[in-house]
Design a protein around this ligand. Structure first.
Ligand code: COS
Length: 382
């Protein structure tokens, strides 16, 4: 997918986001990382620009845009600041998207206008003892008349501290694994909800990652998202799409490393010449650029398949797996190009290195992506 084959709208979005990211996000990215401060000012501007309601139809106040323009925007945002990319992604891919895809008209009218105006969303699936094994969650939702009583602790919730709305997964039938899970839309200011442990992380430090604790929390039966017992499929389909976003974020982080490494190699001198004149450095830059382009193409392909209504789960996992491992590889090489300087906080590559790591973990580890891809490959050969 060459830039020239993007639609005019997609090219416009690329230019708009890249200009915004360069001017407003990149200059403060290092400070966000150092202070671990949630970038409220930037997020408010992203709401105003329509990027927090990317997929939400215009009739609810959103931008009604496609997945390809989403990955283009996310790459540019994450290239400037991976923390901001994560906040945008958790909100759009994991909180808004399942409401768009599985919500009733009443649920959409109640939540989507707020979620493209100012209400940040989050996705509460993982638990202290259940990450990769999503069907093993223990949180329970017991039906009593017209309400469900939610109990349990959700862990690693991106945007957990700032979110107003959560898509929460709980067992409505504890005797079953995946088919006993139901998804709910939950207002986080309801009684019986509190924040638990807040994580201190290696990277994406401008994001909050916290536990959300539910104790005798009443949720109306009208907030069931999809059908009772269908929550696991809601989660899996949401993650199938969400992983394309993580791939785009990884491409953005890797591109930032390449930008920085290319610039550095043309400024830094050793043995009387610029280090970019040495083949050892040139080969690293060439390999970085090639792997990034391959990751971008896989990501664009998965996004296009989704936009065209084709089956895309295998391609989304392939894009996420390859782009995230590329980001980590590129970040390691980028530090090598920078030498001792790359190991210090004077240069941004050490931040990119720390930020890249999460893309191999969240929304399904690299090992989970390999399981999903292998299952598909094996079933296609039957
Ligand atoms: N879309 C729709 N349905 C899906 C699906 C998908 N992508 N993946 C699985 N299902 C369905 C299966 O078809 C099966 O349905 P039936 O019971 O009707 O046959 C059901 O869900 C159970 O599937 P499966 O047996 O494959 O579940 P597993 O427990 O083996 O788990 C993996 C599958 C490992 C893929 C899943 O647990 C997973 O993705 N884990 C990672 C979770 C994750 O990304 N966590 C991060 C949280 S957000 S930071």
């Amino acid at each position: 997918m060459l830039a020239s084959s993007l639609t005019q709208e997609q090219r416009l979005i690329k230019n708009l986001v890249s200009e915004f990211a360069e001017k407003e996000i990149k200059p403060v990215a290092s400070e966000i990382d150092k202070t671990s401060a949630f970038p409220w000012e930037i997020v408010e501007k992203l709401f105003d620009l329509g990027f927090m309601g990317h997929f939400i139809e215009e009739r609810y106040g959103g931008s009604g845009l496609d997945c390809l323009s989403y990955v283009i925007a996310l790459e540019e945002i994450s290239r400037a600041c991976a923390s901001t990319g994560t906040i945008v992604m958790a909100h759009n891919s994991l909180a808004c998207a399942p409401i768009i895809d599985f919500g009733t008209e009443e649920q959409k009218e109640k939540y989507l206008p707020r979620m493209c105006r100012d209400a940040i969303g989050c996705f509460a699936l993982s638990e202290p003892e259940s990450g990769s094994d999503a069907a093993g969650i223990k949180a329970s939702a017991v039906k009593k008349g017209g309400v469900y009583i939610l109990d349990g602790t959700k862990s690693w919730i991106t945007n957990g501290c700032e979110a107003k709305v959560a898509v929460v997964f709980a067992k409505t039938d504890k005797t079953k694994r995946s088919s006993g899970i139901t998804a709910f839309i939950v207002d986080l200011d309801a009684p019986g909800i509190s924040l638990g442990k807040s994580e201190s992380k290696l990277g994406i430090k401008g994001t909050s990652t916290s536990q959300i604790v539910f104790e005798d929390c009443e949720v109306s039966a009208s907030r069931v998202l999809g059908e009772e017992g269908e929550g696991f499929k809601v989660a899996m389909k949401t993650l199938d799409a969400g992983r394309i976003g993580v791939a785009a974020q990884a491409v953005g982080i890797a591109q930032a490393v390449l930008d920085s490494s290319t610039r550095y190699s043309q400024e830094r001198k050793a043995f009387g010449k610029k280090i970019s004149d040495f083949q050892g450095i040139q080969f690293m830059l060439a390999d970085m650029a090639t792997r990034i382009e391959a990751s971008r193409l896989l990501t664009y392909k998965a996004a296009l398949m989704k936009d065209r209504g084709e089956k895309y789960a295998k391609h989304s996992s392939m894009a996420k797996l390859y782009a995230s491992e590329t980001a980590m590889w590129v970040a390691t090489k980028g530090i090598q190009v920078h030498g001792g300087n790359g190991y210090t906080t004077d240069y941004p590559v050490e931040r990119h290195f720390r930020d890249a790591k999460i893309t191999e973990i969240y929304e399904g580890t690299s090992e989970i992506q390999r399981i999903i891809i292998a299952r598909q490959v094996l079933s296609e050969s039957l």
